[in-house]
Design a protein around this ligand. Sequence first.
Ligand SMILES: [Zn+2]
Ligand SMILES: [Zn+2]
Length: 230
Amino acid sequence: MAIKRVIEGVHLVAMGTANAYLIEGQDGLTLIDAGFPNKEAAVFGALRELGRSPDQLKHLILTHGHPDHIGSAAAIVRETGARTYMHPIDIPLAETGGPFRPMTPAPGLLRQILCRVIYDHNQRLAPVAIDQPLIDGETLNIAGGIVVVHVPGHCAGQVALLWRPGRILFAADVFMNIMGLGDPLGFEDINMGRASQRKLADLSFDAVGFGHGKTVVRDAMRYIRKWKKS
Ligand SMILES: [Zn+2]
Ligand SMILES: [Zn+2]
């Protein structure tokens, strides 16, 4: 099984240790994030499982310009023709395919180690052209309404996405939910990252999907709000 149902109309696609999400709308399918490089087969398998053809993937929204979120974007677009979306600050990362911006590991021994092992800012990817820049606060007229929330800190051009009909928040790497809710592996700017964590805690939603780790489908607002960092 390439996919796992999260809530009605939303499926998780495992792209290695990074998550992508498929939203089913009346106007076709929307993919949020594109995983590590060479993971495009997971997306094509997910489309097959849903009984859809590649050309029914209409939109690809990239939450931020890190290799584990845009790695297979070029291959997915080549096969599906999906329209691509990203925050303007990170568009040059996708369109050049790297190098990426350096990150400082988040506090804690585990993240200090993992950040250095997993995040290579000199990595190079197949470049992907971005069709539409995302604007903080706008509602995209996709799948019944997707709200764009700019959440810098981990990555300057990072956005979270709120799918209105399903009241599910896609939190990208503002948090990770591996062994409980916590910081992402690293930050470009930790103070902005903390502000973005608070920004998400102030939104209204029922479910939340993370870039890494388990989704939360009930009482998600409370789950986020009980995690407090000064
Ligand atoms: Zn990231
Ligand atoms: Zn990530």
